[in-house]
Design a protein around this ligand. Structure first.
Ligand code: FES
Length: 433
C-alpha cells in the first residue's frame, strides 16, 4: 500500500528506471533539498545578454533561492549580484529592469555601483577605522558563463564548465540562434508572459505524449490556418506521434537535458515555408539573407525548423518554438513560468511581428496552449496528493531506446525518455554525497 519517504532522507528509492514516487512532487523537505542539491549546484539559466545591452542596464531575476540583480558595468561586463544589502539584508533593487549608475538601499542608504562595489556609506565616521567598504560589496554569484547569448550562473564555486554541462545540446541551441541571418537574438526584459500554477516545477518538461490530448482542440483550429511559417506550432499537429517512430524523436541527454526533435518531420516542409516567405518583400529578403549566411542546405533546414529546438535544459530553461521559458520553483505545489518571446535580429519587422502573433496565439494569456498546460499541471498535482498508490509511471518506450550519433538516448516522439532523463539526473544530484 502506501510507500512513505524512506527515513534518513535517502531519496534513492524514490526514482526507479520506469517510475518515480509521487512524494518528489509534493514533499516540503524534498523541495528544500532540491534547492540546495540541484538549484545551488548546477548551472541555471539567468538571462539573455540582449536583455541588458547597455552600460548600466539591469534586470532582477531568481537564481535558486537567491534574488539576484543582473547588471552590465561601464566596461560591458555582466555581473550577477545577490540582491541583499550587506548592512542588514534589505533588497537594494525593487525595479524589475531598467538603467542606473547606482543601487541605493532604501533602508539606510548604503549605495552600490553596477559592479556591486559599496561606493557610498551614510555617516561613515561612525564606523570603526577598520571597516572596509571593499569588503562589503554585494555578493556575487561566483560562476557566470554564456553560450551564444544565453547567460548561465552557478552558485557552486567549483564544478564542470558550462560547455561540458550543455554538451551535445549545443547544436540544438544553435537552431534557435541561427534562425537569425546574423546569428543574434533579441529578448526584451519587459515583454514576458508570466504564469503561476499550483503544481510542481518538474511537471514543466518536454512531453511528446500529451499534445494530442491536452492541445487537440487548439491544433484543430491551427490546422485550418494558412500559415505555419511564423511559428512551429502550426507544423506540430501535422504528424501522428504514435504512427512512425523514425520521423520525430524524443531525446534524453546527459545532465537531465531533453528535447523533442522535430527536424526530420519538418524538413520536407521547407519548400512550402520558403514559398510563403517569398510572397512578401521582407520574407524574400529573409530567405536570401539566410542562404547567404548559412548556404542553401542549412538555410532550408533552419527555415523549415522555425528556430524551434524544443529543448529543455535541466533544471530551469526551455527553448520552445519562439520563446525562452524559465521555470521558477516557488514551493512543492507552486511554480512560476516566465515566457519571453524571442525576436530575430537582422530581419524585417514583419518577420518578428508574425512570430510574436504566433506566440500569442498559443502561449499568450488569452491563448489556449499555456492555460491548457497549467490546468493539467494543477489537476495532476491534486492527483499526486492522493498517495494510496504513490508510483508515477514513466516507462513508455523504455524497451525501444537507442543511443544516437550525438550520444543522446532517442526513441519515438511520444516515449517518456525526456522524463526519465530528467528524473535520473534528479536522482544523481539528490543522492550524491
Ligand atoms: Fe541596507 Fe541598512 S539594510 S542600508
Amino acid at each position: 500500500m502506501t510507500t512513505r519517504i524512506p527515513t534518513g532522507r535517502d531519496y534513492s528509492a524514490l526514482v526507479q528506471e520506469d517510475r518515480v514516487h509521487s512524494a518528489i512532487f509534493t514533499d516540503e523537505q524534498i523541495f528544500q533539498d532540491e534547492m540546495e542539491r540541484i538549484f545551488h549546484t548546477t548551472w541555471l539559466f539567468a538571462l539573455h545578454e540582449s536583455e541588458i545591452p547597455n552600460a548600466g542596464d539591469f534586470k532582477r531575476l531568481q537564481i535558486g533561492r537567491y534574488p539576484v540583480i543582473a547588471t552590465r558595468d561601464e566596461q560591458g561586463e555582466i555581473h550577477l549580484l545577490i540582491n541583499r544589502c550587506r548592512h542588514r539584508g534589505a533588497q537594494v533593487c525593487e525595479s524589475s529592469h531598467g538603467n542606473t549608475r547606482r543601487f541605493q538601499c532604501w533602508y539606510h542608504g548604503w549605495t552600490y555601483d553596477t559592479r556591486g562595489d559599496l561606493v557610498g556609506l551614510t555617516g561613515p565616521e561612525a564606523y570603526d577605522k577598520d571597516f572596509k567598504c571593499d569588503a562589503h560589496g554585494l555578493t556575487r554569484i561566483p560562476r557566470v558563463e554564456s553560450y551564444r547569448g544565453f547567460v548561465f550562473a552557478s552558485v557552486a564555486r567549483e564544478g564542470m564548465s558550462l560547455s561540458d554541462y550543455l554538451g551535445s545540446t549545443k547544436p540544438y541551441i544553435d537552431i534557435m540562434v541561427d534562425a537569425s541571418p546574423i546569428g543574434e537574438l533579441q529578448v526584451k526584459p519587459g515583454v514576458v508572459n508570466r504564469t503561476r500554477y499550483r503544481g510542481n516545477w518538474k511537471q514543466v518538461g518536454m512531453d511528446g505524449y500529451h499534445p494530442h490530448y491536452v492541445h487537440m482542440s487548439v491544433f484543430k483550429i491551427f490546422s485550418k490556418r494558412e500559415s505555419t511559417t511564423g511559428s512551429a506550432v502550426g507544423a506540430l499537429h501535422l504528424e501522428d506521434p504514435f504512427a512512425d517512430v523514425s520521423k520525430s524523436r524524443t531525446r534524453g541527454f546527459p545532465h537531465g537535458h531533453a528535447c523533442l526533435d522535430f527536424r526530420e518531420q519538418r524538413r520536407p516542409h521547407a519548400d512550402a515555408s520558403i514559398e510563403e516567405l517569398r510572397r512578401s518583400e521582407e520574407g524574400a529578403r529573409y530567405v536570401d539573407d539566410m542562404i547567404s549566411a548559412y548556404g542553401e542546405e542549412r538555410a532550408r533546414d533552419l527555415i523549415a525548423w522555425h528556430g524551434d529546438p524544443h529543448l529543455g535544459l535541466f533544471p530551469n530553461l526551455q527553448l520552445i518554438h519562439d520563446h525562452v521559458r524559465v521555470v521558477i520553483p516557488i514551493s512543492p505545489g507552486e511554480t512560476e513560468v516566465l515566457m519571453y518571446p524571442v525576436f530575430l535580429k537582422g530581419v524585417g519587422p514583419s518577420i518578428n511581428e508574425k512570430r510574436l502573433r504566433a506566440h500569442e496565439a498559443f502561449y499568450g494569456p488569452a491563448a489556449a496552449g499555456s492555460p491548457d498546460d497549467a490546468e493539467i499541471f494543477e489537476r495532476t498535482q491534486r492527483g499526486l496528493l492522493a498517495d494510496a498508490d504513490p508510483w508515477v509511471q514513466l516507462g513508455r518506450g523504455i524497451h525501444r531506446e537507442e543511443v544516437d550519433e550525438d550520444g543522446s538516448v532517442a526513441s519515438c516522439i511520444s516515449d517518456e525518455i525526456t522524463q526519465r532523463a530528467q528524473m535520473q539526473e534528479w536522482k544523481k544530484l539528490m543522492t550524491r554525497g
